[in-house]
Design a protein around this ligand. Sequence first.
Ligand SMILES: NC(=O)c1ccc[n+]([C@@H]2O[C@H](COP(=O)([O-])OP(=O)(O)OC[C@H]3O[C@@H](n4cnc5c(N)ncnc54)[C@H](O)[C@@H]3O)[C@@H](O)[C@H]2O)c1
Length: 362
Amino acid sequence: MGQPVNLGIVGCGAISAQYLQTIDRLPQVNLVAVADLDLDRAREAVRPYAGVEVLSVPDLMADARIDTVLNLTIPAAHAEIALQAIAAGKHVYCEKPLAATGADARRVLDAAAEAGVRVGCAPDTVLGTGTQTARVAIDDGLIGRPVAATATMLTPGHERWHPNPDFYYVPGGGPLLDMGPYYISSLVTLLGPVATVIGAAGRTRAKRTIGKGPRQGEEIPVLVDTHVTGVLVHESGALSTLVMSFDAVATKAPNIEVHGELGSLVVPDPNHFDGTVLLTRLGEKDAAPLPVSAGYEEAGRGVGLIDFAFGREPRAGGTLGIHVLDIMESLLASAKSGRSVDVGSTCERPAPVALGNSAAAG
Ligand SMILES: NC(=O)c1ccc[n+]([C@@H]2O[C@H](COP(=O)([O-])OP(=O)(O)OC[C@H]3O[C@@H](n4cnc5c(N)ncnc54)[C@H](O)[C@@H]3O)[C@@H](O)[C@H]2O)c1
């Protein structure tokens, strides 16, 4: 067992409940305190968890008991909060995207390298059994040489359920920056880094209407493209076709398929930790489920913090996070220019995750 992470959370909005549940049952993580611009929201979030303090952001950053900051603020605040944590000598694990822009994300990674602290980045869903079992299948040669993948995420938009959906429709949001990290992190885990992209994008409406909560009926402006498609050319030569949309009602397409010379895989939703991987071998008619063979079982948002407890480079890490952000920014730049764009960064495929219960993982 390593040293438990002594954690402070900044940002106690919609997603914090999932993290708090996971952290509560992970012996590798000890939650010390939470903070939010809205202290009442922070108090409400930790009401079920005895002994967790509620602090202002500066007090949390200054707290010597805390060695790692979990940044669950909105994308526009990710870099600012991460830089504050790094300046205080703390490791930081950030919700996706790593920052609202690649330039901001680079500032975060540079500051962390200088301070000698580690940066992690969501999504950690790809450390679960779904994506990890698919990865083992590819690495074991079950589909032969991988040649292509498809990744499809189509919804009518999060304003139908999120009480404060503004951030989904400003730079740093949109279907690509919001949901792309799940799909692209999974594609890089499965097929390796991306060298070049070709993109196209559209926007259906200038305004969206909030569907739920105290602001129901309020219109919010749309400042980003809401349907983004493109091709990712992996360094291996494999081609992934991506469709990310807040403009479509429904789809029956699998979230991710990976095609090789000898077989095709259906990969489960990368926004979830588990799910069944299906394999169709060349010459066979039907897809068969693969046994679960790798990844964190009983996982939830926050398992990416486990690597911090063991002092190792987080597999849900900053280098992957910035590569994913570069891919997304390159896609949008390509959509704008009508030309292919070289991705400015690369990364190693993150190390695989052995099969095991997340609460017992070392
Ligand atoms: N909502 C989801 O289902 C979901 C799922 C996965 C990931 N995420 C990601 O999690 C992050 C947060 O999303 P959310 O839905 O919880 O948003 P939210 O708006 O519900 O919550 C964000 C919280 O951060 C606080 N905050 C903002 N700026 C701050 C600052 N400078 N200092 C301190 N607190 C600050 C806000 O007061 C708010 O309480 C985003 O990056 C989002 O992409 C959300």
